[in-house]
Design a protein around this ligand. Sequence first.
Ligand code: SF4
Length: 158
Amino acid sequence: MLRRLSTPRKNLISAAPTSGLCLALASIGSFSVTNIVSKSWDMLRLITRGGPALCNVAVTNACNAACDFCNFARGKVGAANLRWIDAGQFARSLNILRKRDIRYISFFGGEPLLHSRLADMIAMVVERDMGPALITNGWLLASQVEKLAAAGLKTILD
Ligand code: SF4
């Protein structure tokens, strides 16, 4: 299911091309005319190159759910093997990804809401004029949704 938040505000990585026109249109929010023109031009340029592209980022392999079929389920990954991506390194990676035509970042896990810096990483994506999305099991969403929306998140899939 895809949800859009109703109050728009202001080494575990994989990338795949997306439907450029659809995402380009969805990405034009409440910006100035100059920004809209600049962003539209960027999207049109990327479409001719096969993009813009989406990068899926697994921020952790920890999860609070216990789905039988999943290797990330609670208790299946030992404490010594739990991983959390570093937010500072993520910021540096974003700069490279943007130069490589990535304009959309999808956060998942494990369960991404368990990562203490998720809102910060969402803000980093928005600061670079990229679009963030969140794939979550939703258990912790109610307690974090305001913070995530304030960071700039507008799209949630569960
Ligand atoms: S919620 Fe997702 S990551 Fe967590 S155990 Fe279920 S399938 Fe795996």
